[in-house]
Write a new protein. Structure first.
Length: 463
């Protein structure tokens, strides 16, 4: 699966304070007497950098929610310069995952130009997510010593300075072919990324610092120890689109539209073709979201971008392409999915179940005429009150609860995020959430408690 995700050339000057404010200005020449390709920008021993609070704002600005922004800000990152044309970024996320991105730069081949955007592929492979990006950048946006280094293939050599920098005896002369390519003034960048997450955990120290974090579906996913790509997909930016594609896939599997049923009867292979196309569209949405999140870890607000000034010149263009086109790409892929599958009849559902509590439990009953519109459910038993569910997609959203303790008359309030998983034919489903409530006891103060909750959904005639 391959796609273009940008159509306009974007200078890194639009994104990084370390870039020139004039994208077409003459690059700053190397310091007189310095060997091109040496010095601080190419130091190999960049320390592992700790949490970056400024990254929180950058990730939110890209469209992700507070939970994902917090996780990005808590990520620890490091950089290793491999040779004159490649470097590796390593990100240790607080959920135990490790993302390793290898960047390789070569003089422009002429096959692509900055305005062509980014070519991206991505796929989940068990406990890994493997991704590849390729794009072209304007050579004029790079500092002169970096441009010379990549064109000339200079290498730090074996001598290492006391401060962790590197030195070389001299620059390697550029071959004639490379000198000819210099006129094209572009560099090709290929990024190979692997996210490894064999364990689904979340550091307790991180969770302990999040008492004031607003409720978000992605935060619930991160906190539950979900894999990086699943937690990224839980953001509203992505989740609503994926939910629509999933609903269309369920409709394709079990159509209620007479035209679709007739088509499948006449062409038994039609269902397989449609579901395969839907899977591809879903994969493109997921790959773009994962790419944007990983690129942002080294972008404007990160500790790496602040400590390694040249990094943004290479990373920022791809981040900008994906950031600017992600919303439109998601909308386009959903439209393509809707064209493939005529909508099925919307279903209504009853909601029922018991939330564990002492002494007798909390009984829940309600009806959702549509899982995409607000609905309520009432409680009896240990708590008498009402859940108000606010969907941000068919399969999830946030909730608020108000009620009283039945045997004490004390008021209890609660809130959080919920998710719904429907069966393949969408006739049944399960709603899950952590029911966190706070109870104010006169003379004693406020006490809190959490119950893991699971409610049953059963389809009924539309109401």
């Amino acid at each position: 699966m391959s796609l273009r995700v940008g159509v306009a050339a974007i200078s890194c000057a639009l994104l990084l304070a370390s870039c020139s404010s004039d994208p077409v200005a003459e690059p700053t020449p190397p310091v007189e007497g310095a060997t091109p390709g040496t010095g601080a920008p190419f130091a190999e021993d960049v320390p592992r950098l700790g949490p970056s609070t400024a990254l929180d704002e950058a990730v939110r600005a890209a469209g992700f929610d507070a939970g994902t922004a917090f996780v990005a800000a808590e990520t620890r990152s490091s950089l290793d310069v491999v040779d004159s044309r490649s470097f590796v970024l390593t990100h240790d996320l607080p959920n135990g995952a490790v993302a390793e991105l290898t960047y390789r730069l070569t003089p422009g081949s002429g096959d692509t130009a900055p305005e062509d955007g980014v070519t991206l592929t991505g796929a989940e492979e068990g406990d890994r997510y493997v991704m590849s990006l390729s794009y072209s950048i304007d050579a004029d946006t790079l500092p002169a010593d970096i441009r010379e280094r990549v064109l000339g293939g200079t290498d730090p050599g074996s001598a290492r300075g006391a401060a962790g920098g590197t030195t070389v005896a001299g620059a390697v002369p550029r071959p004639a072919a490379l000198r000819a390519q210099e006129a094209r003034s572009t560099f090709d960048v290929v990024v190979d990324a692997v996210v490894n997450q064999a364990a689904e955990t979340f550091q307790d120290s991180v969770v302990d610092r999040t008492g004031s974090k607003p409720a978000s579906v992605s935060w619930e996913a991160w906190k539950a120890g979900n894999k990086v790509w699943d937690a990224v997909n839980a953001n509203d930016l992505v989740a609503q689109a994926l939910a629509k594609v999933d609903a269309l896939a369920a409709c394709a599997e079990n159509p209620s539209n007479p035209l679709t049923i007739k088509q499948y009867a006449e062409d038994p292979s039609a269902k397989a073709k449609v579901t395969e196309q839907l899977a591809d569209l879903k994969g493109e949405i997921q790959a773009n979201a994962a790419a944007l999140f990983l690129q942002l870890l080294a972008d404007t607000g990160s500790s790496l971008a602040g400590s390694v000034k040249w990094l943004g010149f290479v990373v920022a263009p791809a981040t900008a392409y994906v950031k600017q086109t992600l919303t439109s790409l998601i909308a386009e892929r959903v439209r393509e999915a809707e064209v493939l599958v005529p909508k099925c009849t919307k279903r209504s559902y009853t909601i029922s179940g018991t939330i564990p509590s002492q002494p007798g439990g909390i009984e829940v009953e309600g009806t959702a005429c549509s899982l995409e519109k607000r609905y309520t459910a009432t409680t009896t038993g240990d708590l008498v009150g009402t859940f108000s569910f606010r969907p941000n997609r068919e399969t999830g959203g946030t909730f608020a609860y108000t009620g009283v303790v039945s045997n004490a008359g004390l008021r209890l309030n609660g809130s959080g995020a919920y998710s719904i998983r429907l069966s393949g034919d969408a006739t049944t489903g399960t709603m899950t959430f952590d029911f966190a409530g706070s109870l104010n006891i006169p003379g004693f103060g406020t006490t809190t408690g959490t119950a893991v909750s699971s409610l049953d959904l059963v389809a009924i005639e539309p109401c």
